[in-house]
Design a protein around this ligand. Structure first.
Ligand code: PRX
Length: 652
């Protein structure tokens, strides 16, 4: 069989035109993963190989069983082990590095705060004690609605310490989105803030939280409010609302025994868009997730305690959970946490931060890299970035051009780049090169990691030929995998799993090709999910909000090459589509989902291209948005509309 299996490094010839970049010797010599045999070792040992990952953690009760696969697709990793995630991220570092920095925070207004592991321990304990005092018990879900402030990782760890799963909601999401997530997660506790700064302006986050409380069906028992703004805004607190500072001060110096959790117990829930308009609550278990995250932080991102590491993703999404909080802290490194935007106060802000912190490993998204390219190489070139030894990218495909730019201008032409593929559901990196071992191919993600049985298959589940498009699936369980969905077992099985003759397959929802060396290229989603600005949206979720605008009849949303949202909208005959309608559509989206969902372009069109059965041809709209060639449109019910849409797109 010729698929990208565990034997991803099979070298049966490189397709013509593929550039192969060998890992630099200077890097390989001291890389965490340096032995090419690791691929074979995992292939031979099966699930047992993942002991390597679990053994990076401290276990309260050691596990004996690695994987219980009796009841697929409900797999259980390290089921008889017990551990605490916060103890693994904080307490166990105290002996060796209590005075080492864990977090260096840079605020939007030039503020700085640093936390050693000892500081982190003290504040996590105080908040854990405070949350308990407010009534939070083991297994109670706590919703966290905070921007990129240190209190967010601290609150996550405080929850983990007392065995209360967290439910982080991205701070840019709307009140409505927050309310939906509070209800769906059955959460009675909320940690939020008074507000935060958007460039120069103070923005009231608390009023969004208040609106969410009004909308939510559940009654919140207690709310903790971080003071981010000082006196910049007057944000009054209600009776059952508590100032974060006061809660922590009241319990300063207390220690809370970390609650030993079963490895299969819930560590957190994270809502993400799926194949329906309603977001899904992806559940991650404590042991398998943390093991996989720690292992990949070391072996893929090559992070060690003496690094200064920066994952630029927002903690409100999975990348920030896994590689902004749990990964770096579990391996005991120093992380940069940055609240601001990359172009404020100037377009060299990122490079300035890398230089002043001597960042050695930098992990960001192709969307960000595209912006950096657009702004110009003079910004990174003006800084000393020689501390960088590894670069990472995640979230969407990176073009070979962007890959080269990133390596040249940020990586000094030398640093290896790991293009990491994974998802909210996979919990941790699943496809990527091992930077000291596996040659890189710019623009291709790379082979599956050792132990990840990813395959590109056709409709029948058969492996596709090299270069042929197919569906990316994973044919065996892996430790970081979701343990289920908040919406129940049936939805989990239906949403992700196919039972075939040779076992259960996890469907990623991505299309992909694989080359003769087992390197995977991601083609994008094959379902109704779009990845824009490194956020994931379901098209129906956005479209249903747009059609709520007065006068709109239909809408179709796609992502373009630059990760922007393009909305095609039809209106009632008596409506003149004008600027005010554009504004109203933007408002609807901001209200229903959040400011992040405002379309970058709205194209008014008399009709949407549809198949004879009435299905909107979103692919075609995507091609038009991207300025790509598109194929035969004669199968459409209304082929004449294509020309009109094209000219409408060109006009704007
Ligand atoms: O389509 C793939 C894309 O992002 C999706 C997962 O989105 P989310 O759950 O929000 O997690 C994003 C960060 C882990 C995938 O189904 N994706 C992720 N990484 C890559 C990618 N597409 C291409 N190349 C990648 N490296």
């Amino acid at each position: 069989m010729d698929y990208a299996g565990v034997d991803g490094r099979r070298a049966d010839g490189t397709a013509a035109g593929d550039e192969v970049v060998e890992p630099p010797a200077a890097f390989s010599d001291r890389a965490v993963a340096s032995d090419p045999e690791i691929y074979e070792a995992f292939a031979e040992e099966g699930p047992e190989a993942w002991r390597r990952a679990a053994d990076l953690l401290d276990w309260e009760r050691p596990y004996e069983t690695v994987l219980d696969d009796e009841n697929p697709p409900f797999y259980q990793w390290f089921p008889d082990g017990r551990l605490n995630a916060a103890a693994n991220c904080v307490d166990r570092h105290l002996d060796e590095r209590r005075n080492q920095l864990a977090i260096r925070w840079f605020g939007k207004r030039g503020e700085r705060r640093s936390y050693t592991y000892l500081d982190l321990h003290r504040e996590v304990n105080a908040l854990a004690a405070g949350l308990r005092d407010l009534g939070v018990e083991e297994d109670d879900v706590v919703t966290l609605y905070l921007p990129m402030v240190p209190e967010l990782p601290i609150a996550m760890l405080a929850c983990a310490r007392i065995g209360a799963p967290h439910n982080v909601v991205f701070a840019g999401l709307s009140a409505e989105a927050l309310a939906t997530r509070i209800d769906a997660a059955d959460s009675e506790y909320l940690v939020t803030c008074d507000g935060y700064y958007r460039r120069e302006d103070a923005f009231n986050q608390k009023s969004k939280a208040d609106n969410a409380r009004l909308r939510a069906e559940a009654d919140l028992s207690a709310t903790v409010v971080v003071d981010r703004l000082g006196d910049a805004l007057d944000v009054p607190l209600g009776d059952d609302e508590h100032e974060y500072e006061a809660v922590v001060a009241a319990h300063d110096g207390e220690t809370v025994e970390p609650v030993a959790r079963d490895a299969t117990d819930l560590l957190f829930v994270m809502y993400t868009s799926g194949t329906t308009g309603r977001p899904k609550g992806v559940e991650h278990a404590t042991g398998g997730y943390l093991a996989h995250v720690a292992w990949t932080t070391r072996n893929v991102l090559d992070v060690r305690p003496d690094d200064t590491y920066w994952c630029a993703a927002d903690i409100g999404w999975i990348t920030g959970h896994s590689y902004g909080v749990y990964g770096p802290l579990s391996v005991g490194t120093t992380s940069v946490l940055y609240e601001g935007s990359p172009d404020y106060p100037d377009r060299d802000r990122v490079w300035d931060l890398i230089e002043r912190n001597a960042v050695s490993v930098f992990y960001t998204s192709p969307t960000a890299i595209r912006s950096f390219m657009k702004w110009g190489a003079e910004y990174p070139d003006a800084h000393d970035l020689s501390s960088i030894r590894l670069l990472g990218t995640v979230g969407e495909s990176i073009t070979s051009k962007a890959w080269r730019w990133y390596r040249e201008h940020v990586g000094g032409g030398e640093a290896p780049i790991v293009d990491t593929w994974w998802q909210t559901e996979t919990g941790a990196i699943s496809l990527a090169t091992l930077p000291g071992v596996t040659p890189m191919k710019p623009g291709k993600v790379g082979p599956p990691l050792p132990g990840i049985d990813a395959r590109v298959v056709d409709e029948d589940g058969e492996p596709v030929e090299p270069g042929e498009p197919g569906y990316l699936t994973i044919a065996a369980p892996w430790p970081g995998m979701l343990r289920g969905l908040r919406e129940g077992d049936e939805r989990y099985r239906r949403e992700y799993w196919l039972e075939g003759e040779d076992g259960w397959r996890y469907r990623t929802g991505d299309g992909a090709t694989v080359d003769g060396d087992g390197y995977v290229t991601i083609l994008g989603r094959v379902d109704d999910v779009i990845n824009v600005r490194t956020h994931r949206f379901n098209t129906a979720e956005l479209e249903s909000a747009i059609v709520e605008a007065d006068g709109v009849t239909e809408a179709a949303v796609v992502g373009d090459d630059d990760g922007r949202i393009v909305a095609y909208v039809t209106t009632r005959g008596d409506v003149d589509p004008d600027e005010s309608l554009r504004e109203a559509i933007g408002e609807r989206l901001a209200h229903a989902v959040g400011d992040v969902a405002r379309p970058d372009r709205i194209v008014f069109t008399p009709d949407l291209p549809k198949t004879r059965s009435g299905k909107i041809m979103r692919r075609l709209l995507e091609d038009i948005a991207r300025g790509d060639e598109f194929g035969d449109v004669s199968a459409l019910r209304n082929p004449e509309v294509v020309g009109e849409i094209e000219s409408a797109v060109r006009k704007k």
